[in-house]
Design a protein around this ligand. Structure first.
Ligand code: GLY
Length: 402
């Protein structure tokens, strides 16, 4: 890949260690095992109701509704949960359910209702995961079709993947040339496509986007903008902004978590130390901003009251920190600190953020869109990353992302 900008390309060791996590935090391993079992039971009890339909992105009073797979970005998380439950238990009904859902992902590709960067979220956890677990060749073809569509969203002048809307939609001029922090988590589909085909073009696009993101979305102090706009024709960087955060200059904690996990995955795929370094910098900003119980406020710069959290950002960060600890040198200070931070966060989620029995979700306190009053609920991606984190902590698990 091309080098990351000088500002973010210091050595891993220059990034230091968050001192709070340099010694292990007490973690109740049995609680993590129990949380994993409860999660599998909840997924099981949802199987029949969802069949080839999907949970809404967030719940109402801790109950998810139902949506088809015709638009939106979150359907893959439910399929991913079914694949995780299949991996954990080996039980065929989880596999059959995920396979039935896969047909809707094919239909969605055929329908063309896919003008979004979220192809990675949608197709990594459905088709790539299905291919990894079952070896079914059709799932590889589905995932490659999605990767090709994601490449079509690449704008060469700025060197980035446009997040939202079709590439020339005059009804939404603001979205033309807009990249967002979340896209880093859609790049794993491109890294996978390069690896499975031997065609470097996919990785070249992913690396170019990652470099542009590092130079614009990531600020000098390791915090992040949510969005960044470019002039499509000249490629000139215009300005940072936010869509779901508190303010343009604030740091939306879920965006920070998407970035942290995204660069850790890029490091795992490519072995590039510059990605590891940047992931450490993003992780340190995130960890330094955490409250006592390791679960972030929805935006690190939001007013202290009413103290709204985002458990989904915490669950994403668990997986990002664990990945980072796996790409760092064994037994290094940083490896130990990020592993401790991942476990402390996971334990806090399992202890204090799980739903009451009336819920069909897993985690309370997810904040989908706080400015639009959607918070304090389950989120389907928060639930997915919680179970991925529990799998990482309690069993041998090969993540679907790398
Ligand atoms: N990717 C959209 C979100 O994090 O809300």
């Amino acid at each position: 890949m091309d080098r990351l900008p000088r500002a973010v390309a210091a050595a891993v060791s220059d990034q230091g260690v968050p001192s709070r996590y340099s010694t292990p935090v007490a973690v109740d391993r049995r609680r993590l095992e129990e949380a994993r079992s409860t999660a599998v039971e909840t997924i099981d009890s949802n199987l029949e109701g969802y069949c080839d339909r999907f949970p809404t992105p967030s719940s109402t009073e801790y109950r998810y509704g139902t949506v088809p797979n015709t638009n939106g970005w979150t359907q893959g998380f439910w399929t991913g949960l079914c694949w995780l439950a299949y991996e954990i238990t080996g039980t065929e009904r989880f596999r059959r359910s995920a396979q039935a859902q896969l047909e809707t992902f094919d239909r969605r590709l055929e329908s063309g209702a896919i003008a979004t960067h979220d192809l990675g979220f949608l197709y990594t956890l459905s088709a790539v995961a299905g291919h990894q677990l079952t070896g079914t060749p059709a799932y590889r073809s589905t995932a490659l079709s999605a990767a090709n569509l994601l490449c079509d969203r690449f704008l060469p002048a700025p060197g980035m993947i446009q997040a939202w809307d079709s590439m020339d939609d005059p009804r939404n001029p603001d979205n033309q040339g807009r990249m967002i922090a979340d896209t880093m988590m859609n790049l794993p589909l491109l890294y996978w496509a390069s690896e499975t085909t031997g065609n470097d073009d996919y990785q070249r696009i992913a690396d170019t986007h990652a470099r542009t993101n590092a130079a614009t979305i990531v600020r000098a102090d390791g915090s992040t903008f949510h969005t960044f706009d470019f002039d499509v024709a000249s490629g000139e960087p215009l300005m940072g902004g936010t869509h779901q955060g508190h303010a343009t200059e604030s740091c939306w904690s879920r965006g920070q978590a998407w970035q942290l996990y995204g660069y850790a995955i890029a490091a795992a795929h490519t072995g590039q130390e510059a990605y590891t370094t940047l992931a450490c910098k993003l992780a340190n900003y995130y960890l330094d901003a955490l409250p006592e119980d390791h679960v972030p406020h929805w935006d690190f710069d939001a007013p202290a009251e009413p103290g709204i959290r985002d458990s989904s950002a915490a669950a994403i960060a668990v997986c990002g920190l664990d990945t980072l600890s796996r790409v760092l040198a064994l037994a290094s200070e940083q490896q130990t600190a990020y592993r401790n931070a991942a476990l402390a966060t996971l334990d806090s989620l399992a202890a204090s953020y799980t739903t009451p029995a009336t819920s069909n979700g897993l985690l309370t306190d997810g904040a989908y869109n706080t400015p639009e009053d959607d918070y304090d609920e389950c989120t389907i991606w928060g639930d997915y990353f919680f179970v991925e984190g529990l799998c990482r902590a309690t069993k041998t698990h090969r993540p679907f992302w790398y």
